[in-house]
Design a protein around this ligand. Structure first.
Ligand SMILES: C[S@@+](CC[C@H](N)C(=O)[O-])C[C@H]1O[C@@H](n2cnc3c(N)ncnc32)[C@H](O)[C@@H]1O
Length: 284
């Protein structure tokens, strides 16, 4: 396991606070329970020693992005991609980015994170240099047409590190059927990402079948109470569905406290790893 650095550990202090209170103050669309799943998977990647940036296409005011930005280490960057005020490029009017509001939210809820803002349509990312970055957690929630979804999945596949995760929004939302159409197009035309889980409004994919099986195990161990159905056929892969459960809800009575405690335990475990690594260094 790659030992986290001191500053890295400090970064996660803001994560549980954002999940419990901050997220409700930021306008946007993520279901709180899915925010918990994404936060957990991101911390698990760090614990497994995975290194890479995080990114979101379609940040709107930052509701999900700020969670990602609170779950990175000091050597990593959170990339925010949105057309923002160039709304003529938002061809299907999915959300409405606002750079001023977004930047204010970043200052307030993720003040220490390395944040790189790219004001561009995801269809034109090649000219920004972004596609040379290595990403471990990639949320796709920009344009919801089939063509844009397929493009965004191809961008994510290109940037994803081995074991990275892509979180795709609105796949099963009847208002935005372009997304499932784009996912089908992507997989039919040689897309290599492998779906492994579904949660309210999100589908999770990773770089290959081995990692898909590993993450299915991670989710099963971490969230047994909300695992509603397993081994669901989905575009030739097998996925598990994680739904709502008060124990894991960040805003659900005792769940708030317990989830905070769970996340705090994650932080404590990372701190213990750091202390252990420092001890070994001093001894040698
Ligand atoms: C549904 S909202 C995103 C919600 C956000 N992820 C959250 O956590 O609340 C969609 C966003 O995608 C942006 N967008 C639409 N088309 C885009 C494109 N082609 N490239 C980049 N961003 C786009 C919109 O400006 C809007 O901010």
């Amino acid at each position: 396991m790659k030992a986290p650095q001191g500053r890295d550990v400090a970064y996660f202090d803001g994560l549980s606070a954002y999940l419990q209170g901050g997220i409700e103050q930021v306008e946007g669309w993520i279901e709180p329970i899915s925010a918990v799943y994404i936060a957990y998977l991101s911390l698990e990647q760090v614990r497994l020693g995975l290194v890479g940036d995080v990114a979101e296409i379609g940040v709107h005011h930052g509701r999900l992005f700020l969670l990602l930005a609170n779950a990175i280490t000091s050597s990593e960057t959170a990339h925010a991609i949105d057309v923002f005020d160039d709304q003529e490029k938002n061809i299907d009017q999915s959300g409405h980015g606002n750079r001023q509001v977004f930047e204010r939210n970043v200052r307030h809820f993720a003040p220490t994170a390395n944040v790189n803002i790219i004001q561009e349509s995801s269809l034109d990312l090649d000219k920004t240099g972004f596609t040379d970055r290595e990403i471990r957690m990639f949320s796709i929630d920009g344009g919801h047409t089939a063509a844009i979804t397929r493009n965004d999945l191809q961008v994510a596949e290109k940037c994803l590190v081995d074991g990275g995760i892509v979180v795709l929004d609105d796949v099963l939302n009847p208002h935005w059927l372009g997304v499932v159409s784009g996912l089908a197009d992507y997989l039919r035309t040689g897309g290599t990402l492998v779906p492994f889980a579904v949660s309210p409004n999100k589908v999770y994919l990773t770089s290959n079948i081995d990692h898909a099986e590993k993450y299915r195990g991670v989710m099963a161990t971490a969230f047994p109470l909300s695992q509603e159905k397993v081994n669901i056929e989905f575009f030739g892969s097998c996925v598990d569905y994680y739904g709502y459960h008060p124990y894991y809800e960040p805003n659900g009575g005792t769940g708030v406290r317990r989830q905070r405690d769970d996340l705090q335990r994650e932080v404590e475990s990372l701190k213990a790893s750091l202390a252990e690594a420092n001890k070994r260094l001093t001894e040698n």
